[in-house]
Design a protein around this ligand. Structure first.
Ligand code: ZN
Length: 298
């Protein structure tokens, strides 16, 4: 019997947004804007592949010196899509970006392991490695998978209404797939952030060193533009080398290899959820998660 593959899951998907990421260029700055506002920019594959396209476009354009990652709507990103009509995690792609096979007809724990390697771990690493300075512009919620998008950027500017949270320990996981927590926070704060799973205000994450700057909501666009313009005056190669130097030192400190190990833990947790709870994310959906997270205000 061949149990190496299983039939693909046939589920109706309704994409509410044709352009989940908007690409704009003004002078020598590219703006990549998350645009699933109806679902607080929760990340389905449609959005993540569009974002990868946008990063590649900005990287390839010699006229772009700096990249801004921002979001339409009230929130930067509510995390990975775990329950909208456009949730498409079971779909394979012919235009995969890493050297891997499709996940959509794979059985057991292999399905999520293969998919999450591509769309979460490898995508984040690709975006972190973009050789041009990147600035995340964050308003409202930046939750779980939302953190991953902000963290891969070189600088983070937040509005005073922003809040940050990784609430996935309650789902059985040691944090989101891109385990940068001990690099974004010191280790004791990383433990607090994860174990309590509370929302941290912009002030709290600034004092913890996770972000660079807080501005009033009404000044967020302008403050980001001001920094982008200043940075864009620097020479291209020097900026690329500066990024590579900082990222390389982080990797020498164990970021990359540690993340590989924790990714294995994360998928042990997915498999355990399936065995114990009958569902790889322990029966959580968007509504249950949102309700639970609201009770975790710091
Ligand atoms: Zn996962």
């Amino acid at each position: 019997m061949n149990n190496e593959t299983v039939p693909k899951v046939d589920v109706d998907i309704v994409y509410e947004e044709e352009n989940p990421v908007i690409y704009q260029k003004k002078d020598n700055i590219a703006f990549l804007t998350l645009n699933r506002t109806k679902y607080h920019n929760s990340q389905n594959s449609q959005m993540l592949y569009a974002l990868d396209d946008a990063f590649l476009k900005a990287t390839s354009d010699d006229g772009v010196k700096v990249i801004v990652l921002k979001a339409n709507g009230k929130h930067f990103s509510a995390g990975h899509d775990i329950g909208t009509p456009g949730r498409d995690f079971h779909l394979g792609r012919d235009d995969r970006r890493s050297m891997n096979y499709n996940h959509d007809n794979k059985p057991g724990a292999e399905k999520a392991y293969v998919r999450e390697q591509e769309v979460y771990l490898e995508f984040c690493r690709r975006w972190r490695a973009v050789p041009k300075p990147t600035i995340a512009q964050v308003q409202g919620g930046c939750i779980a998978g939302g953190l991953m998008l902000a963290w891969v950027c070189d600088l983070i500017i937040a509005s005073d209404d922003a809040f940050f949270q990784d609430p996935v320990v309650q789902m059985g996981f040691p944090g989101v797939e891109y385990f940068a927590h001990p690099f974004e926070l010191n280790i004791r704060l990383a433990k607090e952030f994860l174990l309590l799973g509370e929302r941290w205000t912009a002030d709290r994450v600034l004092s913890a060193g996770m972000i660079n700057k807080i501005v009033p909501r009404s000044e967020l666009d302008q403050a980001t533009l001001d920094w982008a313009k200043k940075i864009s005056q620097q020479p291209r190669l020097a900026m690329a080398l500066t990024k590579q130097a900082c990222n390389h030192i982080e990797d020498l400190q164990g970021k990359r290899s540690g993340m590989d190990m924790v990714f294995g833990y994360h998928h042990f947790a997915h498999a355990n959820n399936t065995i114990v709870k009958g569902d790889y994310i322990a029966g959580f959906d968007g509504k249950k998660m949102a309700k639970s997270n609201k009770n975790r205000e710091n």
